[in-house]
Design a protein around this ligand. Structure first.
Ligand code: 13P
Length: 263
């Protein structure tokens, strides 16, 4: 079985200016070093707003931190007359490792389609970064028990014509919309059900090796207190964390999931 290094990624959403970003990354680096976080047990990434990235790059490079960073969105275009857009090339130049694409907040507020999400993921890969492709159902779909079917449709549409090698290297984040920012966390079994179905679909469409290698994260009200139970599930390879990633100690606890009690 391929060994997948867990990834804990903190999606700050539209929070913290560049000065606050530097303070938080410094605190996070300190808490992880003080508690001797083992980066082989979990990769750590922060996903700040665009305006913070240059400052985070300077700090990470200057202090040689093992913390990685990425962006929350990217343009489907390379350059040109697209006011307000940020290209994958610009993000790669800033040292970004990851780009979140298709977050439910972008699908909901900016009507992003699976085709657009795929185009963004494609640009991210072409620029040498790793997309974190977000999928997940809303409350109505969950109530009807169609969460697997709905989410797999998003997986098919968002991954599109990627090759098996490209799919093997990417990250998929299962974020049930009803669990985002609500304090309503999916149970470890809920997370496992859909994450396992995503991996099985990848294996079916892109081959066993891609299914074994692709990292599938869970996102939705993750905190230090509930991460261990979620990570105990075999198809969950990490977490995409919103609110709890804005507190260094709390996010540090999520990163050290292997030291946390299972509730
Ligand atoms: O949307 C999320 C991460 O991308 C989850 O947000 P919360 O952790 O605040 O529920």
């Amino acid at each position: 079985m391929a060994s997948r290094t867990p990834l804990m990624a903190g999606n700050w959403k539209m929070n913290l200016n560049h000065q606050e970003a530097v303070v938080l990354v410094q605190k996070l680096a300190w808490t992880l070093s003080d508690k001797h976080h083992d980066f082989a047990k979990a990769e750590v990434a922060v996903i700040p707003p665009f305006t913070d990235l240059r400052s985070v790059q300077t700090l990470v490079d200057g202090d040689k931190l093992q913390i990685k960073y990425g962006a929350q969105d990217v343009s489907t275009h390379d350059s040109g007359a697209y006011t307000g857009e940020i290209s994958a090339g610009m993000l790669a130049k800033l040292g970004c490792s990851y780009v979140v694409v298709g977050h439910s907040e972008r699908r909901q507020y900016h009507a992003e389609s699976d085709a657009e999400v795929h185009a963004k993921a494609q640009k991210t890969v072409e620029a040498g970064m790793t997309p974190i492709v977000c999928v997940g159902e809303g409350l109505e779909v969950r109530k009807e028990g169609r969460q697997v079917e709905f989410t797999l449709e998003q997986v098919d549409g968002s991954l599109g014509d990627f090759t098996p090698e490209q799919v093997a290297a990417l990250v998929i984040a299962y974020e049930p919309v009803w669990a985002i920012g609500t304090g309503e966390v999916a149970t470890p079994d809920d997370a496992q059900e859909v994450c396992a179905a995503i991996r099985a679909r990848v294996a079916e469409r892109w081959g066993e090796a891609a299914g074994e290698s692709v990292r599938v994260l869970y996102g939705g009200s993750v905190k230090a207190g509930n991460i261990a139970g979620i990570m105990a599930k075999r198809d969950v390879d990490g977490a995409l964390v919103g609110g709890a990633s804005l507190e260094a100690d709390e996010f540090g606890g999520v990163c050290r999931f292997y030291d946390m009690p299972t509730l």
